[in-house]
Design a protein around this ligand. Structure first.
Ligand SMILES: Cc1cc2nc3c(=O)[nH]c(=O)nc-3n(C[C@H](O)[C@H](O)[C@H](O)COP(=O)(O)OP(=O)(O)OC[C@H]3O[C@@H](n4cnc5c(N)ncnc54)[C@H](O)[C@@H]3O)c2cc1C
Length: 307
């Protein structure tokens, strides 16, 4: 199927960033479509307590439902599908190829402007049971988001390399009962970094990881292949993220060493008419940042189209 009507803007990704941009662009009467592959990181949020306006907190699903409702109220909608290829035609328009979840090509969309809001994926440790813990929303990734809720508890941080030391030092703000967990046989740290951990009274638990599980009291355990087992009130993974930047990379967009797209003050990438917002384009992976960037980009896109 082919749709050769040229859109004002194609938004790729319907997490909080893409949905917020869609709401704003609809409210500028822009002809916009949002395509989404159905795996928002926001859906993993058990309950966010730092998103403004919800004193009791709000779950990721509830927030996504409300944003979808608001999009529909403004005459917008989300098309399920994955954008598998993005090209720029000679006239400057963008051509996007869509596929269904089973990989079948479904549609071609042409747009004057593309807004990327494809997010990131957290890197998880290779441990049996980690997916089950994630489904129970028992894996944390972001101390800025929920470190406050873990105040004075025993916190395990699964990590590798110097980044883990920085993460642990940051988390001392919330608890002094911290353990750096290395499940690949070591933590990848220099003797100097190990000495720093000792000075800071941060424990280490290192081995070949076998599995992660929760007990009946809700404590999360890491078990090593040699049988050692440690229990934590909260488990954080600090192994980094994989930035979903493939579509932009295909167009030659610049990204930093972490894979985050480089954008200007209006959220435009180095390519005219190609914008990027949300986790994809900033290291402070936060809902407020994603939705704030969405408003900036939507206004810039509307003004650009007016010209
Ligand atoms: C466990 C956990 C707890 C968190 N808690 C908080 C919190 O309390 N407060 C806070 O501020 N933040 C929190 N965050 C971070 C928050 O989830 C992210 O900052 C937010 O989801 C970013 O929104 P986004 O729209 O950029 O990306 P996402 O929510 O990841 O949405 C991106 C969407 O793009 C889609 N997509 C990707 N590629 C394609 C493609 N090629 N074609 C079509 N669609 C595509 C994906 O399927 C996905 O639906 C938490 C994150 C996690 C994992």
């Amino acid at each position: 199927m082919s749709n050769r009507d040229v859109l004002d803007c194609l938004i790729i990704g319907a997490g909080p960033a893409g949905l917020t941009a869609g709401i704003n662009l609809r409210r500028f009467f822009r002809q916009v479509r949002i395509v989404d592959a159905g795996a928002p990181r926001a859906a993993l949020i058990p309950r966010s307590h730092n998103y403004p306006g919800f004193p009791e907190g709000i779950t990721g699903f509830e927030l996504l439902d409300l944003l979808n409702e608001q999009l529909v109220a403004n005459d917008g909608s989300v098309t399920p599908g994955t954008v598998t290829n993005l090209q720029r035609a000679a006239d400057g328009h963008f051509i996007a190829e869509l596929a269904s979840s089973d990989g079948q090509p479904t549609e071609t969309i042409e747009a004057q402007i593309v807004l990327l809001a494809t997010g990131v994926v957290d890197v998880d440790p290779v441990l049996e049971g980690i997916e089950a813990l994630k489904e129970k929303r028992l894996v944390h990734y972001c101390p800025i988001c929920d470190g406050f809720e873990c105040t004075d508890t025993r916190i395990g941080i699964v990590t590798y390399g110097e980044h883990g030391v920085r993460e642990a030092l940051f988390m001392k703000n919330y608890s002094t009962n911290l353990v750096l967990v290395g499940v690949e046989g070591d933590l990848g740290l220099t003797p100097k970094a190990m000495a720093q951990l000792e000075r800071e009274d941060i424990e280490v638990f290192v081995g070949q990881g076998r599995r992660a599980y929760a007990d009946e009291q809700g404590a999360v355990h890491i078990e090593m292949t040699d049988g050692r087992d440690e229990a934590f009130d909260a488990l954080y993974c600090a192994l980094g993220t994989r930035v979903r930047n493939d579509l932009a990379a295909g167009l030659g967009v610049r990204h930093d060493e972490g894979g985050y797209l480089v954008v200007d003050d209006h959220m435009q990438t180095g390519i005219e008419g190609l914008y990027a917002i949300g986790d994809l384009s900033n290291r402070l992976n936060q809902l407020t940042v994603a939705t704030g960037q969405a408003s900036i980009a939507a206004t810039a896109i509307h003004n650009r189209l007016r010209r």
